[in-house]
Design a protein around this ligand. Structure first.
Ligand code: URP
Ligand code: ZN
Ligand code: ZN
Length: 458
């Protein structure tokens, strides 16, 4: 099967140029102007951008918190991903206490296999550190999972201590793995939640008060110290603060290897979404996510970090819970609101609208942040760029379109949109996954065709 995308504005991390793209057997086989071929399917991209399929390196789909389950599973989440221009995501398989990494992988394979519309990989989140877990890290690498995650927050459930972080990082350095960290001081958060609740401060406004910016930056700084001692690279997930970024910069100056990720919510939303202490309104529960939304100074520092190429990529941390029946569980106590927000569908056009169209970044920068950098840093060696030989994961974006983000028009299975009513520029018109058209005129077509992607650091 041969397809030719004609006359598009091809975007790479370095340039934008007009060309045709020829796709043969799911791969990009030629990039040049005026490609001719009899019997090819022709796709007209005149006046439109052709981007590599975006990669979301941070999702939580079909996640069971023990109390409730995310609103999006692999089917609805991957459909939403495609509609939003994301052709590959990497979800966090999570080890249960007392279980092995193999057990977690079996569970996550079951959640995703034959149910996923885009390509996917897994990170492995380690919650129970012991000799078996340590030995199994190598097995995960062989299985195509060279990235792990540990939580410095969520005391009593996911949180691990500094000694465990140190040991895991020593092992990761030995075997060539990369560990990502949720950087917030879980002990402090726990103490501050107890304090708030005992004072009758139970509304969602107090979520952000409980975990101010130094609760994150302290953990980033501690991680930089531990990883320096362990001699290991680290990945800071969902970075939200100026101070945290400062600590990453200092570590890099010392010669440490640090991968930095932020998310659109920290770039386009801010702490004002939590209202004020006297609010009785529960609407702010939509924004109960960790880390919380920050002030405009943090937001500005993250955009500056992006401009200075200090932030490697932008993922969503998509972890959707409905207001009805889920966020509502914390009506009487904000610490019981399931943490997380949605955005797998919104990320590309958020970055296009509030980054590219507002001249904060170029469209090539956007491709670096959403496609090429995550592919390189996450070991997705066949994805993330428009190059001969790469998977033909391609997105046609029509820039001549404007509407708004809204729950009314979204595909993701959650009963609100955190960006409701905000301007949205551009339209994800057509999407190709390994050369197969999976989105036509903004709608998913066909059955789930997503495959597990074996990742490796070459
Ligand atoms: O609030 C969030 N971010 N929930 C998802 C889990 C995590 O911390 O990444
Ligand atoms: Zn996290
Ligand atoms: Zn997360």
């Amino acid at each position: 099967m041969v397809t030719i995308i004609k006359n598009g504005k091809i975007v790479t991390k370095d340039s934008v140029f007009n060309s045709d793209i020829k796709i043969v057997d799911g791969k990009i086989s030629e990039i040049s102007p005026d490609i001719q071929c009899d019997d090819a399917q022709l796709v007209d991209a005149e006046g439109k951008y052709v981007l590599p399929g975006a990669i979301d390196s941070h999702t939580h789909l079909d996640l069971d918190t023990g109390i409730t389950k995310t609103a999006d599973d692999f089917t609805s989440g991957s459909k939403a991903a495609l509609v939003g221009g994301t052709t590959t995501f990497i979800d966090f398989a999570t080890q249960d206490k007392g279980a092995t990494l193999d057990d977690a992988l079996l569970v996550w394979n079951e959640k995703a296999d034959h149910k996923t519309y885009c390509d996917y990989g897994f990170h492995m989140a380690i919650t129970d550190w012991n000799e078996r877990t340590k030995a199994d890290m190598k097995k995960m690498i062989i299985a195509g999972i060279p990235t792990f995650k540990m939580y410095m927050a969520y005391k009593g459930s996911l949180q691990v201590d500094d000694a465990v972080i140190y040991e895991a990082l020593e092992e990761s350095a030995k075997i060539g793995a990369l560990v990502g960290f949720h950087c917030e001081n879980g002990d402090l958060i726990d103490a501050r939640v107890k304090e708030n609740i005992s004072q009758g401060h139970t509304g969602p406004y107090y979520h952000a008060q409980t975990r101010p910016s130094n609760v994150e930056s302290e953990a980033v700084n501690r991680l930089m110290t531990i990883s320096n001692l362990a001699g290991a690279p680290v990945w800071v997930v969902h970075l939200s603060t100026k101070e945290g970024l400062n600590f990453i910069r200092e570590a890099r100056i010392r010669g440490q290897e640090v991968v930095a990720e932020t998310c659109p919510q920290y770039l386009v939303l801010d702490v004002s979404k939590y209202g004020n202490p006297t609010d009785t309104n529960f609407d702010a529960a939509k924004y109960v996510m960790s880390p919380p939304l920050r002030d405009l100074e943090d937001q500005g520092a993250l955009w500056e970090g992006i401009a200075r190429h200090e932030i490697d990529f932008i993922s969503t941390d998509h972890c959707s819970f409905n207001m009805k029946g889920q966020k509502e569980l914390g009506r009487e106590d904000y610490s019981k609101i399931p943490n997380g927000g949605a955005g797998i569908e919104d990320r590309v056009l958020l970055l296009y609208t509030y980054g590219v169209c507002e001249d904060k970044i170029s469209i090539s920068d956007m491709v670096a942040l959403l496609c090429e950098n995550p592919a390189r840093k996450m070991g997705l060696n066949n994805k993330g760029s428009i190059e001969v030989g790469k998977d033909a994961d391609l997105v046609i974006l029509d820039p001549n379109h404007e509407d708004v983000f809204s729950v009314k028009t979204q595909t993701q299975h959650v009963d609100y949109n955190g960006y409701e009513g905000m301007r949205r520029k551009g339209k994800i018109e057509q999407v190709f996954l390994r050369g197969i058209q999976v989105v036509s005129n903004g709608k998913v077509v066909g059955e789930p065709k997503g495959k597990f992607v074996h990742r490796s650091f070459q």
